[in-house]
Unconditional design. Structure first.
Length: 633
């Protein structure tokens, strides 16, 4: 899933807030340097297994928020703020050459924020990008927030009481109260987009372009038209809507299969440093990691990945002129509980059942055996690694270590008895030693899990979980589907809705959720949030999440992290590296941003004679990373 954007208190560089968030002491390793650049060429990048890009409109509905969708959108429609890299220092910041927004300014006791836009940037038809384009985005999300994947009650756009245009390139947001600048920049301003109002603001196809977005009714009609076009995946390459871009790239093709081809936007007017060197970039989807591995071995991918299980064979790729470099992210990995499940909702709603199941997740063994040491534990909503100021000492402790005996005792103490291998409720009721509300006598502890397909590691992990849960009498049925199907079938629902019969959902082969720098949980765990797929709702959780938004005191983040770690709104699972990347030595300029976004405008090839430099650098970097992982373990 989407995110990892950044800001620091007082809008300093991200590295000041996230100690070691990026490798090499707060910096992103820039990869091999040097060599004689060669302009042009094509680079093919492999997408994660079964991860098919399926949404181009920069306002995504629930179920379409994959990081691969966001990454491609951001190349066509330049973000206002994002986690972008300082190419000289290798550090991350929220604003720079790769963003439309310049440094935001907070005022009036943090109740207003002024957003200046870069001047001189135009759309591909030559029309200037202005504050009106930012207003257009704001009006659309305000009128259609209920179907926007980034929305949660009380946050953007609810927390903006007035949108003010100061001039053609400056807007000011008047907020509903004082907010923590760290949180607001990282989690709210990074949501903003400039959209081509002069070309998109029509209620019907062929209709008049106007200021329709300035009324709720008009904004709904405009949004409905754009959404209708966005659902027509096969027409992306020919639809003129998606050719109106302001980023360094434009779309050359988008197949139903999910293969996306981009070429330089010859009308790009942004900073010279952001202009592409390559002629073409192809994002290639694969149904499984094995199919990608076979194509990679044959040289059909320039920037791909290998399964953790074949890390021992990395020397073979290095000998063929590749470098191997694990790509780590600022993420959490988990299985969603559906608290509104038609059948399993009452079971998910009992904390003692969630505690018992968490005690049956052997994260250490899964990481070592299945992920070959390339995964780290998820112990709560704040990532354990890399270390950051957002992680308290209490959050470094595993509150639910693997313990089959403790899981069995928890269930037995609340009225469950294992018969013929399945736990059944023998003491129904709402007392302390009874099964709990909504759980009838002889109800079996049987659950259904939707899990993404395409990864041997994920398949093995789900089978390990199934086996482990059975040791306490919990019967788990695993239904594997492509990633987009899992996301589409795991949207928030009520028990009366068709399709709300799933109990658990997993979409974390490459990490389930990539955070903004400030890892608050308003999109994931607050009541009614669009990415709160399982409908988790807890009044104290809502309160501590709001405290992170309002208070610049780091204690607020710590209270939030510690509370959610214990309450288990989801099942915490091992957090794998986004991927173990394999990159051609002569392909340079690649930085593996922990946000899992990419900037192919910085990529370039070097002359063949210069490959040895890259091979040497790549090998040293890979060895350095392996040594570091070994020390951590």
């Amino acid at each position: 899933m989407r995110s990892l954007r950044s800001a620091a208190a007082a809008l300093l560089l991200l590295a000041a807030a996230l100690t070691g968030c990026v490798r090499e002491g707060g910096r992103i390793d820039m990869g091999p340097t040097g060599g004689t650049p060669v302009e042009g060429g094509t680079a093919t990048m492999a997408l994660p297994p079964a991860a098919t890009p399926n949404w181009i409109f920069p306002i995504s509905p629930p179920g379409y928020g994959g990081s691969y969708n966001y990454g491609i959108q951001s190349l066509l429609f330049t973000p206002v703020y994002d986690a972008v890299q300082d190419k000289e220092k290798g550090e991350l910041t929220t604003h720079g050459p790769g963003t439309l927004g310049l440094e935001p300014r907070y005022g009036d006791g943090n109740t207003t924020v002024t957003v200046p836009l870069r001047k001189g940037v135009t759309w591909s038809d030559g029309t200037p990008v202005t504050a009106r384009d930012l207003e257009f985005w704001f009006r659309l999300v305000k009128a259609n927030k209920a179907v926007w994947s980034a929305y949660s009650v009380g946050t953007m756009p609810d927390n903006v009481k007035r949108f003010e245009t100061l001039d053609d390139h400056t807007v000011r947001l008047h907020l509903t109260r004082a907010y923590n600048p760290d949180w607001f920049t990282a989690n709210q301003l990074t949501l903003m987009r400039a959209l081509p109002q002069h070309a998109w603001d029509a209620r019907t196809d062929g209709g008049e372009i106007g200021d329709w977005d300035r009324t709720p009714e008009g904004a709904k009609a405009v949004f409905a038209r754009l959404t209708k076009h966005a659902k027509s995946l096969g027409s992306y390459g020919s639809d003129p809507l998606w050719q109106m871009v302001n980023g360094p790239w434009k779309l050359a093709g988008w197949r139903d299969s999910g293969q996306v081809t981009i070429v330089p936007n010859e009308k790009y007017t942004g900073p010279r440093s952001e202009r592409p060197h390559l002629d073409k970039v192809v994002f290639k989807p694969f149904t499984t990691a094995d199919s990608e591995y076979n194509v990679l071995r044959s040289g059909g991918v320039d920037y791909g990945y290998i399964p953790p299980s074949v890390m021992a064979q990395k020397e073979k790729f290095e000998a063929k002129g590749y470098r191997v470099d694990p790509w780590e992210g600022w993420a959490a990995t988990y299985i969603v509980y559906n608290f509104n499940s038609t059948r399993g909702g009452p079971l998910m709603g009992r904390l003692y059942i969630r505690q018992a199941m968490q005690h049956l997740v052997d994260q250490k063994a899964m990481s070592e055996v299945i992920w070959q040491g390339s995964a780290t534990p998820t112990l709560g909503p704040v990532p354990v690694t890399p270390k950051s100021q957002y992680l308290s000492r209490a959050m470094e402790k595993n509150h639910y270590p693997y313990d089959v005996g403790k899981a069995r005792r928890l269930l037995a103490a609340h009225g469950w008895r294992v018969e013929d291998g399945t736990a059944r409720c023998v003491r129904p009721g709402t007392g302390e030693n009874q099964c709990g509300k909504g759980i009838g006598k002889n109800t079996p502890l049987e659950l259904t899990l939707l899990s993404q397909s395409g990864s041997t590691e994920t398949t093995n992990m789900m089978q390990e979980l199934k086996s482990s849960l059975s040791k306490a009498g919990i019967e788990l049925t695993v239904r594997q589907q492509p990633l987009n199907s899992v996301l589409g079938n795991s949207v928030p629902c009520t028990a009366k809705d068709p399709g709300c019969d799933w109990d658990m959902s997993f979409f974390g082969t490459a990490g389930s959720w990539y955070y903004p720098l400030n890892p608050s949980g308003e999109q994931l765990f607050s009541t009614g949030a669009s990415a709160n797929f399982g409908n988790y709702s807890d009044k104290k959780a809502d309160r501590v999440i709001r405290a992170v938004q309002y208070s610049p005191d780091m204690k607020a983040v710590h209270e939030y992290g510690e509370y959610l770690a214990e309450q288990l709104p989801v099942m915490w699972m091992p957090n794998p590296a986004y991927q173990v990347s394999v990159i051609r030595n002569d392909l340079r300029g690649i930085s593996q941003n922990p946000t899992v976004t990419f900037a192919p405008q910085h990529w370039y090839y070097v002359k063949k004679d210069d490959e040895k430099h890259g091979e040497k650098h790549g090998k040293k970097h890979s060895e350095r990373h392996v040594e570091k992982k070994g020390a951590e373990q």
